[in-house]
Design a protein around this ligand. Structure first.
Ligand code: TYD
Length: 226
């Protein structure tokens, strides 16, 4: 199959790993080098998916079980792929996405105990062939990640997934490392327990060689969807 244009980079990891800060750094660096960059996130990133995000993160779907939640994540993902990500890639844009399919594998699949066959069937429908070219896995101990997420949250109530225990978060960390080990061509584990600038340098060194020549024919940056 011919390689599609654009570049699809996803960021994964537990809460408080610093994904959004690093996405901002990377987007700035790539834009300064003349690339067109779209920053987006999951669950959400398109109007339809943002509507579903509310339902999921409020915990309203929790009582209906992990299958229901997984379907909602998949519905949101497919809308995001078809409305935002695929068109951007087709236009040659670099798409940086905060969480994607590996989050479902880890949160619903591993810590939600959802059957692997069920999850993979949903994923096929959700991503519809749009698989990341590169996935940055921000690796941080559960204690540190949770402490950071809590201090960042201030007085805001924790969301449905932030209420869970250190043990669960540690399990997720291991699950991400397993995904990385199984797919080393796509996944890059980055030690997130360092100064932000050092992490940013490492991530740029991973992504820049994949980005290809600058797309200077399109002068304006694509707007950020957040
Ligand atoms: P968000 O506030 O975006 O958190 P974060 O800053 O950690 O990305 O909340 C997203 C939450 O949804 C997060 O706890 C992970 C969870 N999630 C899943 O369980 N499955 C998924 O497929 C995705 C995309 C997210």
């Amino acid at each position: 199959m011919a390689k599609r244009p654009g570049l699809f980079v996803t960021f994964e990891g537990g809460e408080g790993a610093g994904k959004s800060t690093q996405i901002r750094h990377l987007a700035d660096s790539l834009r300064r080098r003349g690339h067109d960059v779209l920053v987006t996130r999951e669950p959400g990133g398109s109007p339809g998916a943002e509507a579903v995000r509310h339902v999921i993160l409020s915990g309203a779907a929790e009582e209906f079980g992990v299958r229901m939640e997984a379907i909602l994540f998949a519905a949101a993902r497919n809308d995001h792929v078809e409305e935002v990500i695929r068109p951007a890639l087709q236009a040659g844009v670099i798409v940086l996405c905060d969480r994607f399919m590996d989050s479902s594998r880890v949160y619903q699949g591993v810590t939600g105990n959802l059957e692997a066959d069920y999850l993979e069937a949903l994923q096929r429908v959700a991503v519809a062939g749009v698989v990341p070219d590169c996935t940055i896995i921000m690796d941080l101990s559960a204690e540190k990640g949770l402490a950071r997420a809590r201090s960042r949250g201030g007085d805001a109530a924790p969301d449905r997934f932030e209420r869970e225990e250190v043990q669960t978060h540690e399990k997720r960390r291991e699950a991400y490392l397993e995904i990385a080990a199984a797919d080393p061509g796509r996944c890059h584990v980055v030690d997130a327990d360092r100064a932000s600038d050092d992490i940013a340098k490492d991530i740029l060194a991973i992504v820049e060689p994949l980005a290809g020549p600058e797309s200077s024919s399109v002068p304006n940056d694509v707007e950020t969807v957040e």
